[in-house]
Design a protein around this ligand. Structure first.
Ligand code: GLU
Length: 283
């Protein structure tokens, strides 16, 4: 009799445990519901992927409504490895300051958006990769001669960058007293400000700046002194170890079969940016 009771209680506890496991991480809704990334992709054959919409060569929404860039190609490759065709992808704009929130709230399945892997961000999200290393740099007007690197941002120089980005943080911590930092929502707002003379320079990763310089021939130039290493990762839900492993496997394969180099040459090559070697994937 007593043994029966113990067994009954045990069964109830086990059933509750199973129910909890089935709901694991069930706080999210929308793109990222209850299951992990691998399972969701497999079951739904659909993914919502966060990219930039205004970064030529990396993540760009074109006037015809299609999307192009190196990040877009990396995202498509990963999706395909997860069993999702391009037609099953919904692209969502992931501005710099919104990325952690989009992932935490489950509004995207993952993000490929010039997203630097940092310890601070790792408190909120997990990263696959890195799949590319860029360097923070400065973009100025073609006729500028006095801005030669971050140390020359003295006096009343006005510098534009984007809220929630590592370059803006870096400027704040290292050059804040010297420069007037203007933070906007997205980099194209900085390009407009730079072209119309409202700011003296803009700062973000060199590969992003090279895309804008190429769009404005004869008007803008890169200073060309990268002063940080920005390891680009694929952001996903914090505790999704299977998802991270699957993303890493896809990136590795993309590098090995030549698609990684081809995607860079096609998308980033035209800006004149020197294509680097692929970085080692982090454990
Ligand atoms: N890689 C930097 C970052 O993740 C700058 C580029 C961006 O804002 O997307 O903050």
């Amino acid at each position: 009799m007593r043994l029966n009771r113990v067994l009954q209680v045990g069964a109830v506890v086990m059933a509750a445990g199973l129910a909890l496991t089935a709901c694991g991480g069930g706080s999210g809704s929308g793109a990222s519901g209850d299951k992990n990334l691998v399972q969701r992709a497999k079951d739904n054959k659909k993914l919502v992927i966060g990219i930039k919409f205004d970064q030529p060569g990396l993540g760009l929404k074109k006037p015809d409504g299609t999307y192009a860039g190196f990040d877009v190609d990396v995202a498509k490759y990963i999706a395909k490895q997860l069993g999702v065709e391009e037609s099953g992808i919904t692209w969502k704009e992931a501005q710099s300051a919104q990325r952690e929130d989009l992932i935490k709230k489950g509004e995207v399945d993952f993000i490929v958006a010039t997203y630097s892997i940092t310890d601070k961000r790792k408190n909120d999200v997990s990263f696959g990769g890195p799949y590319f290393v860029a360097h923070q740099d400065l973009l100025v007007r073609q006729d500028n001669t006095d801005i030669t690197g971050p140390e020359s941002l003295t006096g009343n120089k006005k510098l534009c960058s984007v809220k929630g980005s590592t370059p803006a943080q870096n400027v704040k911590s290292k050059y804040a007293k010297e420069v007037q930092l203007q933070e906007v929502g997205k980099y194209t707002d900085c390009v407009t400000a730079l072209l119309n003379g409202t700011v003296d320079a803009m700062t973000t990763d060199d590969v992003i700046l090279a895309g804008y310089a190429a769009q404005q021939p004869g008007k803008l130039k890169l200073v060309g002194k990268g002063f940080t290493d920005e390891n680009y990762g694929v952001g996903l839900k914090k505790d999704d170890a299977d998802g991270k492993a699957a993303i890493n496997k896809a990136i590795q394969q993309m590098e090995q079969d030549g698609s990684w180099a081809k995607a860079l040459e096609t998308n980033v090559g035209p800006s004149g940016y020197k294509i680097p070697a692929a970085p080692a994937i982090a454990p």
